[in-house]
Design a protein around this ligand. Structure first.
Ligand SMILES: [Zn+2]
Length: 482
């Protein structure tokens, strides 16, 4: 343990009741056990049709902590799956992954038919407007470079505070980009508007994997596939040597399925409520994304469940979302029912979002994924008062959360038009937000197993955020926001 044991800083109001002094944050081993339990449930939430597995697990854990009014909020979401996916150029079968949520035909099933789609390949490079002006893509398969748009340097540049006592931030790491923001939405809109019949996206800013499941994109009406940088070069070589067409076989389903959000409460002395959030769904194992964040929420729920209600000035609400990969319908439904048109007397006065306790990753020699036994660069996005900004910095420092930047959302939001975390819709609904997150390269990849979790920080992150939550609880509501 890096920091001092956390004890509630909230003044005791129930004389003789000394339970608070015995309340403790679960240790790293316990938090890791929750990460492992969750990561063992692969393709959680809307990745599997009508999936109850992680929901049932979390309900049991919430019950064991004695949370109250435990509930599951459902929202209609989507499941997408390919049952057949083949890409052939000449006689070469090209390794690839189908682009999730492509080929939206307006019905449940999609299929390129028994003969597949055979069309000419048009290379549009990075797929800018000028690239499309030069090319006729009508009826053709567009080959483009998938570019990640948010390098670490951009995030660190707009940060107001960086905790890096050992000066480990390396200028050589600064160009590595977060896979969250990429050019696919713009390029595919151009391609589809110009009448393209399909697409092949080359993962030029990625390590040597095509097993990527990026964020949900609507309205992709044509079939598409992701290939590695090396296979992109292979395709370009084949095209240069005379292979002018590609054949795609893609069949699968796009089916309605409910997203399920697990919610539990620890009532306080008032109905003013601090929401503590992560998401339980996953693309594959999702060790970092987001078994780690979910386990941090569990750690805080466990800790506060040991503190008597009289010593909690505000209600605590623990929320584990679904539909991160399938359109954030769970988040939208939550905002509607608890913030915009609340059906309960609860008033959410602050949001704390915890995601991704991650090891640092880089593209290593030969394009391999290189993982380091140190924390990935990370950020606390916030729009809170100057006093609470200092509280965040103190918590980061006290609990030695190295390579963490504090970044005001007011600076970031105008640049990218969203908060690049699961807190986005809650933040946009006007709730003051503190969102801890990192964006390692493997975040959306099959490679995100429990081995990617930076376990030394599991306990310190919980300590730091318990300290922050205690301050949110003790701060008058009107003094929380920036
Ligand atoms: Zn996440």
């Amino acid at each position: 343990m890096k920091g001092p044991t956390h004890v509630s800083s909230v003044p005791q109001t129930a004389p003789g009741d000394n339970q608070a002094s015995t309340a403790s944050i679960p240790n790293g081993e316990t938090i890791l056990s929750w990460v492992k339990d969750l990561a063992a449930i692969t393709s959680r939430g809307t990745q599997t049709i009508d999936d109850h597995r992680s929901v049932n697990y979390l309900l049991n854990v919430f019950r064991s902590f004695g949370l109250s009014d435990i509930q599951v909020q459902e929202a209609p979401s989507l499941h997408w799956r390919a049952d057949v996916s083949q890409l052939t150029i000449g006689s070469a079968s090209i390794p690839h992954s189908p682009a999730v949520f492509c080929f939206d035909t307006g019905s449940t099933e999609f299929s390129t038919g028994p003969d597949g789609l055979t069309a000419a390949i048009v290379d549009v490079g990075d797929g800018g407007e000028e690239d499309f002006e030069k090319a006729d893509v009508t009826g053709k398969i567009v080959l483009f470079n998938l570019r990640f748009l948010l390098p670490r340097s951009a995030l660190l540049a707009v940060g107001e505070f960086l905790y890096d006592p050992n000066k480990t931030a390396d200028p050589a790491d600064m160009d590595t980009a977060n896979p969250y923001l990429d050019n696919s939405e713009d390029v595919l809109e151009r391609a589809i508007n110009a009448g393209a019949a399909g697409f092949i996206g080359v993962l030029v800013d990625y390590f040597d994997s095509h097993d990527i499941r990026p964020e949900y994109l609507p309205d992709i009406t044509v079939p598409g596939m992701w290939v590695t940088k090396a296979n992109g070069e292979q395709i370009r070589t084949l095209v240069a040597s005379g292979a002018s067409t590609a054949t795609m076989h893609l069949e699968g389903i796009r089916s309605p399925t409910p997203a399920r959000t697990v919610i539990g409460f620890l009532p306080g002395r008032s109905t003013d409520t601090i929401m503590v959030q992560s998401h339980h769904d996953s693309a594959w194992h999702g060790g970092v994304e987001d078994a780690s964040g979910t386990a941090e929420v569990l750690a805080l729920a466990r800790y506060y469940s040991q503190i008597p209600q009289q010593q909690r000035p505000k209600t605590l609400m623990f929320v584990l979302m679904d539909s991160h990969w399938t359109g954030y319908q769970a988040h939208a439904k939550f905002v509607e029912e608890f913030i915009t048109n609340p059906k309960t007397p609860l008033r959410i006065v602050a949001n704390v979002t915890l995601e991704h306790i991650a090891k640092q990753a880089e593209i290593g020699p030969g394009g391999t994924l290189q993982v380091f036994d140190r924390p990935e660069y990370r950020a606390v996005f916030e729009n809170v008062s100057p006093v609470l900004k200092t509280v965040i910095e103190d918590a980061i420092t006290t609990h030695d959360l190295q390579r963490t930047v504090r970044l005001p959302t007011d600076t970031l939001f105008p640049l990218i038009g969203e908060l690049p975390t699961d807190a986005d819709l809650i933040y946009q609904a006007g709730v003051p937000t503190i969102s801890f997150v990192s964006g390692p390269l493997y975040l959306y990849d099959k490679a995100d197993t429990i081995d990617m979790v930076y376990t030394p920080d599991l306990e310190p992150v919980a300590h730091a955020f318990a300290e922050i939550i205690d301050h949110l609880a003790a701060t008058p509501n009107e003094q929380i926001g920036a």
